[in-house]
Structure formats: C-alpha cells, structure tokens
Design a protein around this ligand. Structure first.
Ligand code: OAD
Length: 240
C-alpha cells in the first residue's frame, strides 16, 4: 500500500511540506466540494455564493449558507487523518502544513502554525474595510468601524490568497525535500501549483487520494486510499 521508498524519503527529509484539501475532512463528515453525490456544490452554483458578486447580490443568502456550514463543522470532530498529521509534526525535524480547508479541523486535532490558504470559516471581517468583526447571530451583521457588511473570512473565487499565507506556503514548497498532497483534487490554483514548485526544487512528491488526480502522473508516489486510513499507517511505518 505505502511504498518503502516513500517512508525512507520521509524519514530522511529535513523539511516536509504538506498540502491538504477537503478530502482530509471528508471522513469527519464534512462534504467535499466536487464529490457529486454529497458535495457542497451538489445543490447550488458556487459562483452564486462564494464570490463578492454573489455576496453583494444576496448577502443574507450567503450568510445563511455559511452559517449552515459553521454549524455542520462545529458538530463534527477531527478524524484519524487530522490526528496523524498533528502527530507527524512531532516525528519530523520540520513539517509545514498548508491547508485549503477552512474548517479549522487541523487546529482542533492539535496541528500548530497551520497555513490557512483559503482563510477560515469562523472568522468574520468587514466586506468594505476588511477589519475583523463579530457577526454574532445578526442576519446582516455590520462592521462597528465603518458600518459596512461583515462577511465570512474565507477566500472567494477571484479573490487573492492572504499574502502571508501565500508567501509562507511558496517558501515551504521551495525549501522542502518532500511534498505530500493529501485529499485535494489539485484543480484550484495557486494551491495546486505548490507541488510544481516543490518538484522543480528537487523534492520527492507524493499524493494520497482514493481517486488519482491529474497530478498522479507527475508525482513520485501516488497512494490510492483514504487519508483517515493511509496516514495512521504511514505513521506506523515511519515509527518502526
Ligand atoms: P475537492 O472537493 O475539489 O476534492 C476533494 C478531493 O478529496 C478529491 O480528489 C477526492 O478524491 C478526495 N477525497 C475524498 N475523500 C477522501 C478521503 N477520505 N481521503 C483522501 N482524499 C479524499 O476539494 P479541494 O481539492 O479541497 O476553494 O478543493 C480545492 C478548493 O476548491 C477548495 O479549497 C475551495 C474550492 O474552490 C476555495 O474555497 C477558494
């Protein structure tokens, strides 16, 4: 299942960079984006809600959707894959965890210093001035500083990745000796481009996903499996 050469590369790496996507949270019960049968997008067009235009058009609808997602995430717990990644950090000289997920489950599993490439579902900030706010349970929460509407602190389509996140993630991808892409369809850039930076800098690249992605042909190891099962197995092999 997991090649010995992958474990050897992991054991020898001075710096490992990990990118996770919605697949890592799937086993906690959080729908992914593109899995048709139960994906978040099965019932609506993401461009209607996860964009500045969608929010301007109907902020109450967007808040209803994000509040539904907040309740869903608040009701689940990290799974064995999250826990394994938190433990892996303590077994390696250096691990940088970059996540596209906004659910905060890596942090709840004990991972520190997580780079949230697409922001965080539970952060509120002003749509107009960008200052942090507290939406509480207001249907249309407003910024105390400028009176603008508050919005969820996630990255929407067409929006820039937070500059500190992109700088730190790019630096880690360029510096690492091993890059693990876990539970992501590798379709959304610039996150999906991190593995290319790593590979161009000589890193050993691997993906963990039940379904091979488009990057499967260009990684050194494509491990077919669910992260909640593969990651604990990987830790056991690394420890032995
Ligand atoms: P996707 O829904 O695009 O892809 C989920 C991936 O997880 C797929 O490749 C599945 O095969 C895989 N998967 C499903 N179950 C899994 C499991 N148990 N273990 C491991 N992998 C599993 O989600 P992302 O790749 O995260 O961006 O999507 C990337 C971005 O697209 C999201 O961050 C979001 C969306 O636009 C923004 O919100 C800006």
């Amino acid at each position: 299942m997991i090649p010995a050469a992958l474990i050897e590369a992991l054991a020898e790496a001075r710096h490992v960079c990990v990118l996770t996507g919605a697949g890592v949270s799937a086993e906690s019960g959080v729908p992914t984006f593109r899995d048709a049968q139960d994906g978040l997008w099965a019932d609506y067009n993401p461009l209607e809600l996860a964009t500045r235009e969608g929010f301007s058009r109907d902020p109450a609808l967007v808040w209803r959707w994000y509040r539904w997602r907040r309740e869903l995430v608040a009701g689940v717990v990290p799974n064995a894959g999250h826990t394994a990644l938190a433990e892996l950090a303590g077994m390696l000289p250096r691990l940088t965890l970059v996540t596209q997920n906004v659910d905060g489950l890596h942090q709840r599993a004990g991972s520190a210093d997580v780079i949230e490439f697409h922001g965080n579902l539970f952060v509120d900030r002003c749509f107009d001035c960008g200052r942090p706010g507290d939406a509480a349970d207001e249907e249309l929460p407003r910024c105390e500083a400028c009176g603008g509407l508050l919005r969820p602190g996630v990255v929407w389509f067409g929006e820039a990745i937070p500059s500190d996140a992109i700088d730190r993630a790019f630096a880690a991808a360029a510096d690492c000796e091993m890059f693990l892409s876990i539970g992501t369809s590798a379709l959304v850039y610039p996150a999906a481009g991190l593995i290319d930076i790593a590979r161009e800098n000589g890193a050993v690249c691997a993906e963990i996903n039940p379904d091979p992605t488009e990057q499967a042909a260009s990684v050194h190891f494509a491990v077919a499996g669910e992260s909640g099962r593969v990651l604990p197995e990987l830790l056991g092999l690394l420890a032995s």
